[in-house]
Design a protein around this ligand. Structure first.
Ligand code: DX5
Ligand code: ZN
Length: 220
């Protein structure tokens, strides 16, 4: 059953509380938080304080923090304390995956490894079994509202096959360029968590949009 994870990157921050509640009432159980450091990606967003705010508004949500930063180890503890349930870091940003995974395990959280569109799945060879989630970026990270990079559907399928062959239970999340016209197709390719920013938060009716999109992907 594929699930929708609204990304607050595209929300109206002057109405964060209201919009989070609308997404939650629409049935969103996972909230995706995009942390950008202005260096790993050419944009700057927010830190643990926003995670703390999300946690305050939605005590029962599953908060998925996507760290687009050069030095994730420096912030694992802070994001965990702020209320993250899962912390994803980028494969392109660190050399020693195990060290970061140990940091995340030490603070009792789930871990995800994020891959930019150009990063091959072979990078997962020795680490897949240690992850709760692989986050496949389907746009170049940095900004919301971009176009899905075609060809990424094959990467999703290939990862799904690899996970099945190894008999693992790793979630596949996809992130970027999800639109009305491709959301069901992407779920059918094997994504179990579908991150959507602009699609959800630019809607007039956030509650209804989350409900409708979740309904459309739940069969996969
Ligand atoms: C991309 C971010 C995404 C972003 C997706 O850098 O990681 O989470 O919010 O935005 P949309 O859904 O608008 O493509
Ligand atoms: Zn993201």
């Amino acid at each position: 059953m594929a699930k929708l994870a609204p990304s607050i990157l595209s929300c109206d921050f002057s109405r964060l509380r209201e919009q989070l509640l609308e997404a939650w009432e629409g049935g969103a159980e996972i909230i995706h938080v995009d942390v950008m450091d202005g260096h790993f990606v050419p944009n700057l967003t927010f830190g643990p304080l926003i995670v703390e705010a999300v946690r305050k508004v939605l005590p029962e949500a599953f908060i998925d923090v996507h760290l687009m930063m050069d030095n994730p180890r420096a912030f694992v503890r802070d994001f965990a304390q702020a209320g993250a349930d899962l912390i994803s870091f980028h494969a392109e940003a660190v050399q020693d995956f195990d060290a970061v995974l140990q940091d995340i395990a030490r603070v009792g959280k789930k871990s995800g490894l994020a891959l930019c569109p150009g990063t091959p799945l072979t990078i997962l060879d020795h680490v897949l079994g240690k992850l709760s989630l692989v986050l496949l970026l389907t746009v170049n990270p940095g900004f919301g509202g971009q176009k899905f990079i075609s060809g990424m559907e094959e990467k999703i399928r290939a990862l799904r096959r690899r996970i099945q062959e190894k008999g693992l239970r790793v979630e596949i999340a996809i992130d970027g360029g999800v639109k009305e016209e491709n959301i069901e197709f992407l779920a059918s390719c094997g994504a179990s968590i579908i991150v959507a920013g602009s699609l959800v938060f630019s809607a007039q009716d956030i509650r209804g949009t989350v409900r409708r999109l979740s309904e459309r992907i739940r069969a996969y």
